[in-house]
Design a protein around this ligand. Structure first.
Ligand SMILES: [Zn+2]
Length: 396
């Protein structure tokens, strides 16, 4: 019978079958087993029962009395679940969390005995002792503490060291999503020695402070240079390391961060780690406003040549970032471009481009490394004197 077919069979019916009775007798012939260990051998049968209840029913069906001495498999480890729950509660006491998972450093001697037993009778219907322990302690903690189990992205992991009879906790980071607007120039996105502050510090310090975290990391959906304002909302995720608190007053934090007038924050809300990868993979188009100074007077007719920039541009890695990025040519798309003449040598352009386009170089040409460029089509040196991100075109 395939393993899955056993799940719905009432246990009383299953244990009436000769093959299961033989398995149970063979298991018990090697020494006494506690109800938890005996029942675990048949964990895939009638999944509505606990292992202990299965163990009792096997014993009743075979007419075998409860063991007089210690369990030959776990040495009565499963009798101590209450103590493990208390240890875990103590270790968790100072941390705020909504989800948990339990993990174990197992006692290798128990695991060896379990493997040997499975070899004799078959382990296809069994639940490993480590899994049974983690699941049982996890469920008990969720009942008493009013939290949920999350095996993939828990807030905290309870680590039980079976041999040492000790519990420690691993505190997972708190992830907070939001959007920021950088309203002033002269602030880099991430903490950087050369600058007194950063978007990361302005946003992260108050949040990590409220969460009583040890540190923080800012993951942005792309970034703007320190001298560039970001007037469109840029999505980000703040990762707070080892937070003691997780249930924070998000609107109040957003208001107090924004009050200083440098970085405005909206939409703060807790999220899960995969949100970071989603942000990093998003390659949204962006719209910029740039102020451009020209070396020569250019008349309005000539400015019409700027239309040539819409389409494909080839950008060899700008000289200013060569230290950080490989020297190669990247092909980027300029989606739209409009301009306004402010004076004989000054224009304002608004340009929407593919993610990763270098705007300052699209203007200056970077000594021919970007082609075409504003400088090239106007036939005069051009420099970007002010740059703002107006919009980040991300679908959310
Ligand atoms: Zn046992």
């Amino acid at each position: 019978m395939p393993e899955c077919a056993w799940r719905k069979i009432p246990f009383a019916e299953a244990i009436g079958r000769d093959d299961l009775r033989l398995r149970a007798r063979t298991a018990l012939s090697g020494g006494p087993l506690c109800d938890a260990c005996l029942g675990r051998l048949f964990a895939q049968v009638d999944t509505g029962l606990t292992n202990e209840a299965r163990g009792r029913r096997v014993r009743q069906a075979l007419g075998v009395p409860p063991p007089g001495g210690p369990c030959a498999l776990c040495a009565n480890f499963f009798d101590a679940i209450d103590e493990w729950v208390v240890r875990a509660e103590r270790a968790l006491a100072r941390w705020e969390f909504d989800t948990l998972a339990v993990s174990s450093h197992i006692d290798p001697t128990v695991a060896e005995r379990e493997t040997a037993l499975w070899k004799r009778i078959g382990g296809d219907l069994a639940e490993p002792y480590k899994q049974a322990f983690n699941r049982t302690v996890g469920c008990r903690l969720c009942e008493t503490l009013g939290c949920d189990t999350d095996l993939v992205h828990p807030d905290v992991v309870v680590v039980a060291d079976h041999a040492a009879r000790a519990v420690t906790v691993r505190i997972k980071p708190l992830f907070v999503r939001g959007r920021y607007r950088k309203l002033v120039r002269g602030i880099p996105q991430c903490r950087w020695r050369a600058w007194p502050t950063s978007v990361q510090q302005i946003v992260g310090d108050p949040i990590a402070g409220a969460a009583e975290g040890a540190d923080h990391v800012l993951h942005g959906c792309g970034r703007e240079d320190a001298d560039v304002r970001c007037l469109g909302e840029r999505p980000f995720v703040l990762e707070v390391i080892r937070p003691r608190r997780r249930r924070l007053d998000w609107p109040a934090l957003a208001r107090s961060i924004s009050a200083a007038g440098k970085v405005e924050v909206t939409g703060l809300a807790p999220c899960k780690r995969p949100e970071v990868a989603r942000l990093k993979e998003a390659r949204p188009e962006k719209t910029y406003r740039a102020l451009v100074r020209l070396a020569r007077d250019v008349d309005a007719d000539r400015l019409a040549d700027l239309e040539q920039l819409v389409g494909v541009v080839d950008q060899r890695t700008p000289r200013r970032v060569l230290k950080r990025r490989a020297d190669r040519v990247r092909r980027r798309r300029v989606c739209t471009l409009v301009w306004r003449q402010l004076g004989p040598r000054e224009i304002e352009i608004e340009v929407r481009t593919q993610a990763g386009t270098y705007i300052k170089e699209l203007i200056s040409g970077d000594d021919g490394r970007t082609q075409p460029s504003v400088a090239q089509v106007l036939g005069t040196a051009a420099v970007c004197t002010e740059l703002d991100v107006l919009a980040i075109h991300i679908d959310e």
